[in-house]
Write a protein that binds this ligand. Structure first.
Ligand SMILES: [Zn+2]
Length: 69
């Protein structure tokens, strides 16, 4: 019996966590502006490396369940 199962390490091929830049794939996006709306938060972010702007929306599960958002 060998210990082959130990090779499946969770850190070996872990995908990047969080937001990554769609242009240069770096994870260094700073927040330019934040807008608070009922049920959601809108953040405008910009990549530190290539300057690509990304808009993100943070919503609660209750907001996601509503149609038409
Ligand atoms: Zn970038």
């Amino acid at each position: 019996m060998t210990e082959q199962a130990e090779r499946a390490s969770p850190t070996a091929a872990a995908p990047p966590r969080g937001l990554i830049c769609p242009r240069c794939a770096c994870a260094d996006l700073r927040v330019l502006n934040t807008r608070y709306a009922p049920g959601r938060i809108v953040r405008y972010r910009q990549c530190r490396h290539c300057g690509r702007r990304v808009t993100t929306y943070e919503v609660t599960p209750a907001t996601l369940a509503k149609p038409g958002i």
